[in-house]
Design a protein around this ligand. Structure first.
Ligand SMILES: C[S@@+](CC[C@H](N)C(=O)[O-])C[C@H]1O[C@@H](n2cnc3c(N)ncnc32)[C@H](O)[C@@H]1O
Length: 342
């Protein structure tokens, strides 16, 4: 029996999740400051190893107590909540410690998880200064202008698939998106409104937000994809600008300066009417679905990027999306990425 003086009992956790983080410190004082910052976040220091010349390697562990409203039945939703909670706990901790200036990497949640992802630790480059990598990839992020960290979770892909890389390459190409190249050679998407249809792990949405997009809406029919997108947006520090929206495109208000869709060609064809409605029209353009919203910067209307096509599917898809017209075409391996404008 609880004592009468006790407050309402805490709901039982369905799980306490932990996830590893590896951190480096250049000297004793930095190691101490890192430990203090971790303690403030409720992140435990598991071990501390001297690695020579006064430097330290610390292993941390983020944990989160996950609660359930009803019985802890261990169903799929609860399992997803555990995965998502684990990703969010570690993502929040890593983002916060990085903002404080510490060199921190998130480890894979388990060795089995790393093995499932084929020991592919290296980054996937999509532009000379831009790559996507796993949170635990041992790659120097400071050497790139754009580093997108993606934990695949239960969502689609880790960002390294040619269909994803094709869209990412266009997204950061100033000539494709008609944007200033700043800083460096990558497109500055400041002020753009972006929609990612079929966001999977959120890699396209997050890359757009990291390049400065003012607002990015992301949707997917798979709940696991939404969980992964949310966790990855937190991990990359852009959760304030990446919004999950209803998967029913008809209820998506739009329009957008950039619409991205890496989905099977048949799905894109089925969604063609809605996709056209969601791409903002050029200044002064009239016609069915014309909208009173301000046009894309430059006045030329919005852009639709579509990926996941074979060469044989291109003409059928172009016909389905007309009168939008193809303005760029990009081939990677056997895959084609198309960019459309009004
Ligand atoms: C090939 S994956 C692309 C994921 C991510 N955008 C990328 O490039 O890595 C396609 C995604 O589209 C989602 N999807 C399929 N049909 C959809 C639909 N009708 N509406 C929204 N999302 C859909 C799938 O669940 C899957 O996550």
């Amino acid at each position: 029996m609880p004592s009468p003086a006790a407050g309402p009992a805490d709901p039982a956790p369905i799980a306490v999740v932990t996830a590893p983080i590896v951190a480096g410190a250049a000297h004793d004082a930095e190691a101490a400051a890192l430990e203090a910052a971790a303690a403030e976040l409720g992140v435990a220091v598991v071990s501390r190893h001297a690695v020579g010349r006064g430097r330290w390697l610390l292993q941390l562990s983020a944990s989160r107590r996950l609660l359930t409203n009803g019985s802890a039945g261990g169903g799929l939703d609860e399992k997803l909540a555990v995965t998502s909670g684990e990703q969010i706990a570690v993502g929040e901790a890593v983002a916060t410690l990085r903002q404080a200036g510490f060199a921190v990497l998130a480890g894979p949640p388990s060795e089995a998880y790393a093995v499932v992802w084929g020991r592919r630790n290296g980054p996937s480059w999509f532009a000379p200064e831009a790559f996507v990598c796993f949170p635990w990839s041992p790659v120097d992020r400071s050497a790139a202008r754009l580093a997108v960290e993606i934990d695949p979770g239960a969502g689609f892909g880790a960002g390294g698939h040619p269909t994803t890389l094709g869209l990412l390459a266009g997204l950061v190409d100033p000539a494709v998106v008609d944007a200033p190249a700043a800083p460096g050679n990558l497109a500055d998407l400041s002020g753009r409104r972006v929609l990612d249809v079929g966001c999977g792990t959120g890699v396209l949405a997050i890359a757009a937000a990291l390049r400065g997009a003012a607002l990015v809406d992301a949707l997917d029919i798979a709940p696991a994809a939404l969980d992964a997108t949310r966790a990855n947006a937190i991990r990359n520090g852009v959760a304030d600008r990446v919004h999950l929206v209803d998967a029913d495109l008809a209820r998506c208000p739009g329009p957008y300066d950039l619409v991205l869709a890496n989905i099977h060609a048949d799905v894109i064809t089925a969604l063609a009417t809605e996709l056209r409605r969601l791409v903002s029209r050029p200044v002064g353009a009239a016609g069915p679905g014309a909208d009173p919203e301000p046009p894309a910067p430059g006045g030329g209307g919005g852009l639709l990027g579509v990926s996941g096509l074979s060469v044989a599917q291109v003409s059928r898809l172009e016909a389905a999306l007309a009168p939008l017209r193809t303005v760029h075409r990009h081939h990677l391996d056997d895959w084609v990425t198309l960019w459309f404008r009004w």
